[in-house]
Design a protein around this ligand. Structure first.
Ligand SMILES: C/C=C(/N=C/c1c(COP(=O)(O)O)cnc(C)c1O)C(=O)O
Length: 396
């Protein structure tokens, strides 16, 4: 079925780029565990290196199982090409090390995943790259932060951990007008709900550890975008800056994960919407942040960019951190753990867990409350998730 690329999201996630009749009728794509490849002549290796011939040489930069996953993820994000990596942080670092060099600046949103913040605030400075943090909910603040040395802008939307929303079209228009690249981490929304390239972004990143793998049993990353950028990220960022290659077996697991991605994200979203409504109506809750609530901050952006609210809910209790600790200790179904996008409902305290690498001053400055809790709503029976949360809240 050569016309699969014109089919729907779920059909492409399941069928794109592979015909079982090419592989003895094997319905599940083969797993290529080889580290190296032979060819029939030295000339063949020259032709592959020069891009005159499709083929494989060595597993650090290309592998057929990874290549199928890259083709499917690129299709799901509406990208020309993709490259997969050993983790989400590997996707971020391979991208930054390929596209930036000493003396460059990059404008970054104030609210990003904690370890990504550390890479920007501390890691890149060791190589002469300066991150300038700005409030991306105000596009004019992004424009003001751009200088003659800026090469790119970077943000997450919805952002980790408080789910704040950034207007992709507005920010990417500012960046494009100054000849800059727009890099968007789409981990929280997934391409089921949001495709940043369609709103003007140039590069999309994923921690495939999360919703794409979808079962809390792997670490992986992905970068999607134009061929020229993906080639640079593969042949520089992956091949020699990081070497952070995705194992073929993990690529096989992510291929299996994305077959149910649309179904899972829809279920995560519906359950999270119910959780957000429960929280919104409970006396112990001070504030709820959920893109699927009609009056959430940035609701107009959500309506333009997201087809549903997603599986993450952030909230604050009236009793602050002390109440948060009591709640976490009283939950019986939800597990206290970092990460997200698992079938299991997970709850965590960003200030002491995923965002502990922000200094207390930076958390204060950027509005990351000490009392904020982040809930990754799982795939359990929704009534059970709600009952567990309610019994914990009712004790406060
Ligand atoms: C413990 C990890 C969490 N997050 C990670 C993460 C990464 C980094 O992804 P790897 O963990 O390197 O696959 C990249 N981009 C985003 C928006 C992320 O949330 C967490 O928040 O709970």
């Amino acid at each position: 079925m050569s016309d699969i690329p014109q089919h729907g999201f779920a059909t492409r996630a399941i069928h794109l780029g592979y015909d079982p009749l090419d592989e003895q009728g094997a319905l599940s794509p083969p797993l290529y565990l080889t580290s190296t490849y032979t060819q029939d002549s030295i000339e063949a290796f020259d032709q592959i290196r020069l891009g005159e011939r499709q083929g494989y040489v060595y597993g650090r930069t290309r592998n057929p199982t990874q290549a199928l996953l890259e083709a499917r993820l690129a299709s799901l994000e509406g990208a020309e090409a993709g490259v997969v990596t050993a983790s989400g942080m590997a996707a971020i670092s391979a991208t930054l090390f390929s596209l930036l060099q000493s003396g460059d600046e990059i404008v970054v949103d104030q609210i990003v995943y904690g370890t990504a913040f550390t890479l920007f605030a501390q890691g890149l400075t060791r190589f002469g790259v300066r991150a300038v943090f700005a409030d991306f909910t105000r596009p004019e603040a992004v424009a003001a932060a751009i200088g003659p040395k800026t090469r790119a802008v970077y943000f997450e939307t919805p952002a980790n951990p408080n789910l704040r929303l950034v207007d992709i079209a507005a920010v990417s228009a500012i960046a494009r007008g100054k000849g800059l690249l727009t890099i968007v981490d789409n981990t929280f929304a997934t391409p089921v709900l949001q495709r940043p390239l369609a709103h003007g972004a140039d590069i999309v990143l994923h921690s495939a550890t999360k919703y794409l793998g979808g079962h809390g049993d792997l670490l992986a990353g992905a970068v999607l975008g134009r061929q020229e950028h993906i080639d640079a990220i593969r042949l520089q960022g992956l091949r020699y800056f990081t070497g952070a290659t995705l194992s073929p077996f993990t690529a096989f697991l992510v291929l299996r994960g994305i077959k149910t991605l649309e179904l899972r994200v829809q279920r995560h979203s519906e359950s999270a919407r119910q959780v957000a409504q429960l929280l919104r109506g409970h006396a112990a809750v001070a504030d709820v942040f959920y893109p699927g609530l009609p009056d959430t901050p940035g609701a107009d952006i959500a309506r333009r960019q997201l087809s549903a609210g997603g599986g993450l809910v952030a909230f604050e209790l009236k009793g602050g951190l002390a109440a948060g600790r009591t709640l976490l200790d009283s939950l019986k179904l939800a597990r206290i753990a970092v990460s997200l996008g698992d079938p299991e409902t997970l709850i965590q305290h960003p200030a002491s867990m995923t965002h502990a690498s922000y200094s207390a001053e930076d958390r204060e400055r950027y509005g990351l409350s000490e009392g904020l809790l982040r809930l990754s709503v799982g795939l359990e029976t929704p009534e059970d998730i709600l009952a567990d949360l309610k019994q914990g809240l009712d004790r406060l």
